[in-house]
Design a protein around this ligand. Structure first.
Ligand SMILES: Cc1cc2nc3c(=O)[nH]c(=O)nc-3n(C[C@H](O)[C@H](O)[C@H](O)COP(=O)(O)O)c2cc1C
Length: 208
């Protein structure tokens, strides 16, 4: 009887060990897969015709690259077929006209296959309170955004995210639109290290 009890205890211990190991393993796998979302960063950004003078690197482009580094993402730049003017005032006029006419300026080259990704960050400078219309072209033409995690990010001179989150929610009702990030364009230019920190902390909170 005593022998039997000992045998039973050993069997039970072995089973418990195997069960808890496999459970721990499962948790590790699911935690890893949570952090291993396949991410695409899409952005539009300019170095000329920007408020405050020309830049070496566009404000939004910098933020896009910080997101890419943090999330190990693929990155895609929206390049308009027709360039905007190099002058700031003229750019604001063209942009306003595009908005008034609900234009969809053509994009140069092929669009990425967004279906391959779990999450798509979509960034741009705020133009007249919204995404520039060339970004709206992307939203219309990149088939498969509905149902994805969509995260807006912007640079601006006071408008924050503008109506970018609302645009995504309204156009893609089945998407999960997550909390976006916005930062003043001049801050990106003058204190990029601080902005990188802000980007990292925002992404950590979102679990990316
Ligand atoms: C056509 C145009 C319209 C703009 N409209 C706004 C606006 O409505 N609100 C705002 O805060 N900033 C506005 N800005 C400023 C830009 O959003 C800001 O300079 C941004 O950081 C530029 O980023 P980029 O270098 O990535 O193009 C506008 C700039 C341009 C050129």
């Amino acid at each position: 009887m005593k022998k039997f009890t000992k045998f039973f205890v050993i069997i039970l211990t072995v089973f418990t060990a195997i069960f808890s190991a496999s459970f721990a393993n499962k948790n590790a796998v699911s935690a890893a897969s949570n952090n291993k979302k396949k991410v695409l960063v899409v952005y539009f950004s300019r170095t000329k015709g920007v408020y405050g003078g020309n830049l070496k690197q566009g404000n939004t482009a910098r933020v896009a690259k910080y997101i890419q580094q943090h999330t190990d993402a693929d990155i895609y730049e929206i390049v308009p077929k027709k360039n905007y003017p190099n002058d700031y005032e003229k750019t604001t006029e063209v942009a306003q006209k595009e908005q008034e006419t609900d234009a969809r300026p053509a994009i140069k080259g092929k669009l990425p296959n967004v279906k391959k990704y779990d999450a798509i960050f979509i960034g741009a400078p705020i133009w007249w309170g919204e995404y520039p219309m060339v970004v709206r072209t992307f939203l219309d033409e990149a088939k498969g955004l509905n149902g994805k995690n969509l995260i807006p990010f912007t640079t601006h001179e006071g408008s924050g995210l503008g109506n970018t989150s609302e645009q995504l929610r309204q156009q893609f009702p089945k998407a999960k639109v997550q909390r976006g990030f916005s930062v003043n364009g001049n801050k990106v230019k003058n204190d990029p290290k601080a902005v990188k920190k802000q980007v990292d902390s925002w992404l950590n909170k979102l679990n990316y």
